[in-house]
Design a protein around this ligand. Sequence first.
Ligand code: ADP
Length: 291
Amino acid sequence: MSKNPMESVIRAEGLGKTYAEGKMHTPVFDGLDLDVKPGETVAIVGASGAGKSTLLHLLGGLDIPTAGEVYVAGHRMSALSDTERGRLRNRSLGFVYQFHHLLPEFTALENVMMPVMLDEKSPVPGRRWVATSIATVCFATLASVRTGHWIFLWLALGLWLAGLLGMGVISYWSGRKKVVAARQRATEILEAVGLGHRVHHKPGELSGGERQRAAVARALVNNPACILGDEPTGNLDDKTAGTVFELMLALNRRYQTSLVLVTHDRSLARKLDRVLELREGRLHQLERSEV
Ligand code: ADP
């Protein structure tokens, strides 16, 4: 994740997308450019079907462009494997959709902890450890057969068992440490969105606005460089939508997290640094008076 002011958090260069199904081709955009700086807030508006959701999917690495490149925190998305792209997405981007997408069987706290739990690599050197074990046992068997002293094989097996036990202990403790850290971070961020008193409630026990605030907390928990929102307040009544929107702006100022929000609500869009209209496959900056 990058918060270097010189580096764009998200950059799209000459982006093109055409959906192809059989002989049917649907071009959505062609040669689209976008540059989002750290801490910047950008609204994307446009008619239904203009390609706003498609653009967010491409910026978030959830879909692949048919032309051009997307850079997230300086990384060229097309150069990454699926796993690397997933890890970058989890660390550098947060997503908030119109529907909260919280898992109903988990509490707000557990939902918000999830991206942290998914973030770190396993401390256990999996494949390398298995390869070393097999090589050691093979070598010890060979040495035992050659010398006639089976002590080599027993020693190797003993070492292997001790290693296995050691890794189990390390894995258990680091797992516990990770859970404690995730819980602490999730509690902090839930308090920041005003849900400190609702951490143990499941989504079904929260109001619409509270659920969306929990979704915002989940998007922010890994301290991402940018939040991508697809009509994040579109499901809420006007008053609650205004409150959640103001909360997102306050959090943007507090954590310097960039925001790229698709919204049809021009009065909300006007509150962001820039308003871009997606029209005829390109982004056009709107003047305040045009919004
Ligand atoms: P918006 O979010 O601005 O309403 P979308 O990004 O959802 O627009 O869609 C842009 C265009 O791409 C629309 O014409 C839509 O029909 C088309 N489209 C979206 N998804 C697909 C898909 N999976 N296959 C084919 N066409 C699609």
